[in-house]
Write a protein that binds this ligand. Structure first.
Ligand SMILES: Nc1nc2c(ncn2[C@@H]2O[C@H](COP(=O)(O)O[C@H]3[C@@H](O)[C@H](n4cnc5c(=O)[nH]c(N)nc54)O[C@@H]3COP(=O)(O)O)[C@@H](O)[C@H]2O)c(=O)[nH]1
Length: 733
């Protein structure tokens, strides 16, 4: 593309030498007044001889493959012919002043801009000087003594022109360098990463804005500093040898993630990539550093790492972090000869809190427990939450196991202090199992397993206490596993059986019902009581088929008793929480009633308060469907949960069973007596039948009778008995 004439004028003006500089050049080339006079003399006669010289000149140029594309356009070629003519015209015109120079510079710039390399330029001068020699010889054939001086003058002017043409190339080269320097400065200054040049010994030589932003220093401050001023003491040992290796040329480049010390005293995470640059053999290497601010990524990584090692609800350590800390504590104890204790805590009846007050309340309890545990231990100890209501306290460097016992006691007391959750005052008790390194295990997992076994033992011992691990406890854990696998086959092996406990009408003393209570004759031998396996059946889901078996057997038994001509009797069946929530549970009840031929009104289903309190709306719907079938509904263990009688009004309930813990100490205990009286009165006001559980003495019976309790059940009347025994009792009555 032809160069823009205005741009050419501008560039030519910018590089114009002064008058004096022009004179100096002419002087140096020894261009004299005689030379000028000689050239003027031949000027007029030379002009008509020029066209063939110019034509030969362009033919020569076109023979060079590298130049052919530049001369391919006929319009351009024609223009060049004219320019060349004008040039030859000016060459011998004898005016070598500022205008001449400006024009030569312009021509040089135009050639340089269309891409004509300087080597072709010199060749072109050689060509037309060579071709002009015979033309000049012919013009001066009659004055041969003038040929050499005239040709010499022509050569001098051509050299003057060549110098000016070369100036344009040198100038263009300088301009390119300046442009590239400007671009580099802009890129360096505005780069989105920190950039710096450092001396081999680590002094900051050049720094960009982004780096200043990262470290908070001004440019002047940083340029007066050394890279060591930003390196943290932890990195000295690594960065020292690296810098040395870069300076010595033993290392080309290094890239590390580390922290720099900022002006405000804080530390910032950066990724620093430093490369050694050897510019030439005489100079020592300089270092080029690319410094990225990676603090956001690091923060994100740290958050992820924290999440991976902490419990989201409480912020306590999770199992992963706990096991890490145990490993560290064991390694330390191995050296010091101390012990390590692991306290495994499980909240007692946490499920009841969750079920009756909702999961949000359960979460609040867990958070508060975590807080109290942290308060109870030293900073060096670890409190972890394994999930649900399970916590672990790890005590490192333990001088004696008495300290673990004392802490367990402290934890029990700390947790038992009331906490206000959603308007309810709760005092969660817990059971604690303790295992010790090295006595009970050499690694974290074993210590955890054994502390867990000890915790189960604490639960079995009546909850709210702590137990140290002993070897027999593992045997108990094994027993549980055996129990679980046996229970899976209990129905098909015919190992389940029902006992029936009579329910007495307190006014008449007649047996008006019987509660079906499950027993398991494990492997056909030992009788296992429900307290030992119902929880396992719940956890494993086996309660669903087992519960259906109980219902079907109890309903079938009722029909059998009726067919045997025994008096009308209600049969009560317990429904566990999981069973109750099982989708299609009411349909299952209807099916069993239909299949066994049992009348719905002869069946009473017992559910606990907690079953109602968890998701009360769906519980109300299920109960409504059962009630519409004609099935009777009773609340079992009333008083142990967190519901109130007024709350129960929402549900279609027929009866309340007062838990035996309120019956046990009546009439001697005034509080329990008052509670029993109030519950009976309120229940009656709501039209509910009241059944007292666990009646063992005539005094309890008489007192309940005075309170107008409707029915009772307990060892005073009968322990749970087989169906045949109950039939005998009913026949005798
Ligand atoms: N989901 C199901 N739960 C069931 C089923 N069968 C029983 N159970 C529940 O297991 C718990 C323990 O039952 P069990 O060992 O049978 O004990 C019952 C009675 O023997 C006992 N009882 C009765 N009278 C007295 C007494 O005077 N003193 C005393 N100390 N204990 C007594 O109480 C248990 C009956 O309690 P309840 O059900 O609350 O009326 C128990 O929670 C059963 O509910 C089953 O098939 N499914």
């Amino acid at each position: 593309m032809p160069a823009d004439p205005r741009a050419l004028d501008h560039s030519a003006d910018a590089m114009m030498p002064t008058e004096e500089q022009i004179r100096q050049r002419l002087r140096f080339l020894e261009i004299s007044a005689e030379d000028v006079a000689l050239l003027r003399q031949i000027h007029a006669t030379l002009l008509p001889r020029l066209p063939p010289v110019i034509a030969a000149f362009y033919r020569h140029l076109q023979s060079v493959p590298a130049l052919r594309p530049l001369l391919a356009d006929p319009v351009v070629l024609d223009r060049l012919h004219q320019l060349q003519g004008a040039y030859f015209h000016s060459l011998t015109a004898g005016e070598y002043d500022a205008d001449y120079v400006r024009h030569r510079l312009r021509v040089g710039l135009a050639h340089q801009r269309i891409g004509l390399a300087p080597e072709w330029y010199i060749g072109a001068y050689r060509k037309y000087l060579g071709d002009l020699a015979p033309v000049l010889a012919e013009l001066l054939h009659d004055r041969p003594q003038l040929f050499l001086p005239t040709y010499g003058a022509l050569m001098k002017i051509a050299c003057f022109d060549m110098g000016l043409a070369l100036d344009t190339y040198i100038q263009a080269g300088r301009q390119q360098l300046r442009d590239s320097e400007t671009r580099f400065r802009a890129a360096f200054g505005q780069a989105a990463v920190g950039l710096a040049q450092l001396s081999a010994d680590g002094r900051w030589l050049r720094v960009n804005r982004k780096l200043l932003d990262i470290v908070g220093y001004t440019e002047a401050e940083l340029l007066a500093m050394h890279v060591w001023d930003l390196v943290t003491p932890e990195d000295w040992q690594i960065d020292g040898p690296l810098l040395q290796a870069l300076a010595n040329g033993e290392l080309e480049s290094t890239s590390r993630e580390k922290r720099y010390l900022c002006r405000n005293g804080q530390r910032v995470w950066v990724k620093a990539t430093v490369t050694a640059m050897k510019l030439d053999t005489d100079h020592a290497a300089t270092l080029v550093a690319v410094i990225e601010d990676i603090s956001q990524r690091k923060q994100f990584e740290e958050e992820l790492m924290h999440l991976a090692r902490h419990d989201a609800l409480t912020g306590l350590a999770n199992r992963t972090l706990l096991l890490d800390r145990v490993a560290q504590a064991i390694a330390q104890a191995r050296r010091s000869g101390a012990q390590v204790a692991m306290l495994f805590l499980d909240l007692d009846r946490f499920k009841t809190i969750n079920d009756s007050l909702g999961h949000d309340a359960g979460d609040r309890v867990v958070i508060e427990v975590g807080r109290r545990l942290k308060q109870a231990v030293r900073d060096a100890d670890t409190v972890a939450r394994l999930g649900g209501d399970e916590f672990v306290v790890l005590l490192a460097e333990l001088p004696s196991e008495h300290i673990a016992a004392a802490l367990a006691q402290k934890v029990l007391s700390a947790l038992f202090k009331p906490m206000l959750i959603h308007g309810h005052e709760l005092a969660p008790a817990c059971s604690i199992g303790i295992s010790l390194y090295p006595r009970d295990g050499a690694d974290g997992k074993t210590l955890l397993k054994n502390a867990d076994a000890a915790m189960y033992q604490a639960k079995a011992q009546g909850r709210g206490n702590y137990q140290f691990y002993s070897e027999e406890m593992n045997a108990r854990t094994l027993d549980r596993l055996t129990l679980e696998s046996g229970l899976r086959h209990a129905i098909e092996r015919g190992e389940l059986q029902l006992m029936y406990q009579p329910q007495i009408d307190l006014a008449s003393g007649a047996v008006i019902g019987a509660e079906a209570l499950l027993r398991w004759r494990q492997g056909g031998g030992q009788l296992v009581m429900p307290d030992a396996f119902i929880a396992i059946a719940e956890e494993t889901g086996l309660i669903v088929p087992i519960g259906e078996w109980v219902l079907r057997t109890a309903c079938a038994q009722h029909v059998a008793w009726q067919r045997a001509g025994l008096p009308e009797l209600r049969v009560a069946v317990n429904l566990s929480a999981r069973q109750f929530r099982q989708p299609g549970m009411d349909a299952m009840v209807a099916r069993v009633l239909a299949e066994t031929g049992c009348h719905a009104s002869a069946l009473e289903l017992e559910i606990t308060e907690s079953v109602l309190m968890d998701r009360p709306d769906s519980a109300a719907q299920t109960l409504q469907r059962l009630s519409e079938m004609g099935v009777l509904l009773a609340i079992d263990d009333f008083g142990t949960g967190y519901s109130s009688l007024s709350y129960l009004k929402r549900f279609p309930i027929n009866a309340l069973k007062i838990d035996r813990s309120f019956v046990r100490d009546i009439p001697a205990d005034a509080d329990d007596s008052a509670i029993a009286g109030a519950v009976i009165a309120l229940a009656h006001s709501m039209g509910l039948t009241v059944v007292a559980e666990g009646v063992e003495t005539p005094q309890q019976r008489d007192f309940l009778r005075q309170l107008h309790c409707d029915q009772a059940q307990g060892y005073l009347f009968s322990e749970p008995v087989s169906a045949a025994t109950l039939a005998g009792m009913l026949r005798r009555a």
